[in-house]
Design a protein around this ligand. Structure first.
Ligand SMILES: [Zn+2]
Length: 284
């Protein structure tokens, strides 16, 4: 994740459009364009100014029956999609980003060649996938951690409203930042980096998945007593100590594992497609 737009994606209306676009050929899956229309209707990429193109990044075969979802379109994920005979791959981190030099050499050639050779469609959604209010990375991470965003505008913060602000769904508080950190470690199955702020209970939390350490100050301004994201950079440790707001980095990959399978699974169920999430572990 990070930066930009305004979200408020509402899935309504998407479902019926997608259904009418379904291929008449039952059992043959769905047409690529219908699948794209379903993803677009759900995630509304036109609302976002992003770091790369959202939607269909690499065109594969025209009919899709099997979708693999994953976090990043790495060679390892593409290889596993090939092994499962997938027709489409749905990821958060696609192949193309602003600032690349555009050459198809080395790792880019390898990944593209494998996709094209096996005619696998690559769908990638970056900020729209972070932002979706129910199926997105932030919403899904919050759910797993037992957090609930505050109602309406109060539950969002940051430049483009990508950050979530909320409390425990059970109404309780965490005893302190360390207790919160242990809870996250238990849920994500990995160690986290915790820079405690002031001692004592944590009731209001901000979170934003991936590389959202730059949202820390906005989280503080919004009233968070702790902020959870994927990565930490040098300045955040000082800010946590000086402001008293705890900072927890729980892994870029680990924090962004839940949006892609939620969206791909939702759309696959809607269109009658096979779906599988494939985890390619990443310590970052
Ligand atoms: Zn990311």
């Amino acid at each position: 994740m990070t930066v930009d737009p305004r979200l408020l994606a509402s899935a309504t209306g998407a479902d019926s459009q997608a259904a009418t676009a379904l291929s008449a050929d039952h059992g043959a899956g769905v047409e690529r364009q219908a699948l794209l229309a379903s993803f677009d209707a759900l995630l509304q990429p036109e609302r976002f100014k992003d770091y790369g193109p959202n939607g269909l990044q690499v065109e594969g075969r025209p009919q899709v029956r099997r979708i693999v979802s994953g976090v990043t379109a790495s060679l390892a994920l593409i290889e596993q999609a090939v092994a499962w005979q997938a027709d489409a791959l749905f990821v958060h981190h696609g192949l193309f980003w602003r600032g690349q030099d555009g050459r198809v050499t080395g790792w880019m050639k390898q990944r593209l060649a494998l996709l094209l050779q096996h005619e696998i469609n690559l769908f990638a959604y970056h900020l729209p996938l972070d932002a979706h209010p129910q199926l997105g990375n932030n919403a899904q991470l919050g759910q797993r951690l037992g957090l609930m965003p505050l109602e309406g505008e109060a539950g969002r913060f940051g430049d483009n409203g990508l950050g979530f602000l909320g409390q425990r769904a059970d109404g309780a508080s965490f005893g302190d930042a360390q207790e919160l950190a242990r809870r996250i470690e238990g849920v994500l199955g990995r160690p986290v980096t915790c820079i405690p702020g002031r001692p004592g209970p944590v009731r209001t939390l901000g979170w934003c998945t991936g590389g959202a350490q730059g949202y820390f100050e906005a989280a503080i301004a919004a009233g968070a007593q702790a902020f959870i994201t994927g990565e930490i950079s040098e300045p955040q440790a000082h800010l946590a100590r000086e402001t008293g707001v705890s900072f927890i980095a729980c892994g870029h990959h680990a924090s962004e594992r839940y949006g892609a399978p939620a969206v791909a699974g939702h759309v696959a169920a809607q269109l009658g497609l096979d779906h599988r999430f494939i985890e390619v572990p990443n310590p970052a």
